[in-house]
Design a protein around this ligand. Structure first.
Ligand SMILES: NC(=O)c1ccc[n+]([C@@H]2O[C@H](COP(=O)([O-])OP(=O)(O)OC[C@H]3O[C@@H](n4cnc5c(N)ncnc54)[C@H](OP(=O)(O)O)[C@@H]3O)[C@@H](O)[C@H]2O)c1
Length: 315
């Protein structure tokens, strides 16, 4: 996207990052169930801070630090990360940018994967690997305990696969009892796996692949909403394959917004338990993404946008 297009986001909200710019501008607040952790619904995903392929340091380390600081200065208090981004890189950037962390900042990390030197993504699910993963996160983030840890099931890549996760969730529940983890979430899971984990420990959030065009989790989102559990879509903008749709572009044009802003606004409207963690390495994109929380969508426009998912149903 060229600079002119990025700057068009200013039509939605005047520029500038006001300190703690207020809940109304970031989608309102959400409290993770059974916790004292309250976050703005518009958060930030740190994966894009690592180098290409989520490997190694970023090309512009100062720029990465600036993005994180801008997010927090704008009122973001929910950051998603993992020690296997980089590996270690995004956590180290978060620490450099924000430590000592401001009160109220909730950092959510994930366990269950590792990155061998061939840069692939492999499961790391033995009790020792999960325990080591907690200590790696603590060290690289500079924390004594982790707010929320998602057990990320490697499954079938970016999609879940049925199979018991009881052994791994039990290890996390033990680490929670030891005080190293405060709360537990799940990532890349099926409804059956959520129920299995809930029989072992309280689950405060689920992070799965979901966006305007990829709606396999519609029923799960509604079920979690009834339970007050957060649903945090990864790839909210399409991830490695950015969302593209003529309907999305036409709605965006009509509203004086960008397609990415409309995609994020649609997610905020989709269900009150949805929390957003769009990823970006760019301050201009961050600004555009945060401004989407102020984009009203009429029932007619929502229905039009819903048609994108219906057209993709089953893909
Ligand atoms: N649990 C899991 O398995 C899992 C998997 C993937 C991701 N995640 C988490 O979810 C977060 C979000 O996912 P993601 O970062 O992979 O995908 P995403 O948020 O859907 O999209 C990120 C991509 O969109 C671009 N982008 C961001 N804002 C934009 C804008 N306003 N206009 C145009 N392009 C824009 C980014 O490039 P620029 O850097 O150039 O802005 C990047 O290429 C991650 O940061 C990570 O924390 C979790």
């Amino acid at each position: 996207m060229n600079k002119d297009t990025r700057d068009s986001s200013a039509r939605l909200k005047p520029g500038g990052f006001l300190a703690n710019s207020g809940e109304a501008t970031l989608g309102g607040r959400f409290t993770f169930p059974g916790t004292s952790l309250t976050v703005q619904r518009m958060g930030y995903g740190a994966m894009q801070l690592a180098g290409p392929g989520v490997w190694g340091p970023p090309k512009d380390p100062d720029g990465a630090v600036a993005v994180v600081r801008q997010a927090v200065a704008a009122g973001v208090n929910h950051i998603d990360t993992s020690d296997f981004y980089g590996p270690h890189v995004t956590n180290q950037i978060l620490r450099q940018a924000l430590h000592p962390y401001p009160a109220g900042l909730v950092i959510v990390t994930k366990l269950g994967g590792r990155r061998p030197p061939d840069k692939s993504w492999q499961p790391a699910i033995s009790p020792q690997e999960l325990t080591d993963g907690v200590h790696d996160n603590l060290r690289n983030l500079g924390l004594d305990a982790l707010d929320v840890v998602n057990y990320r099931v490697m499954g079938a890549g970016h999609g879940p696969e049925e199979g018991s996760i009881a052994a791994q969730v039990t290890v996390l529940a033990d680490l929670k009892r030891q005080g190293l983890i405060h709360h537990i979430g799940l990532s890349n899971v099926t409804a059956t796996q959520v129920a299995e984990a809930q029989a072992i420990t309280e689950v405060v959030c689920v992070q799965n692949h979901y966006n305007l065009a990829h709606r396999h989790d519609d029923a799960l989102i509604d079920d979690l909403a009834r339970q007050g559990i957060a649903y945090v879509p990864f790839f909210p903008l399409g991830g490695f394959s950015p969302l593209q749709s003529s309907t999305l572009s036409s709605v965006a044009g009509r509203l004086g917004a960008t397609p990415m802003q409309v995609a994020l606004a649609w997610l905020l409207h989709r269900s009150p338990n949805i929390l957003l963690i769009p990823g970006t390495s760019s301050v201009a994109h961050l600004r555009e993404n945060l401004a989407s929380a102020q984009l009203p969508l009429s029932p007619e426009t929502l229905a039009e946008l819903d048609g994108i998912g219906t057209a993709n149903h089953g893909l």
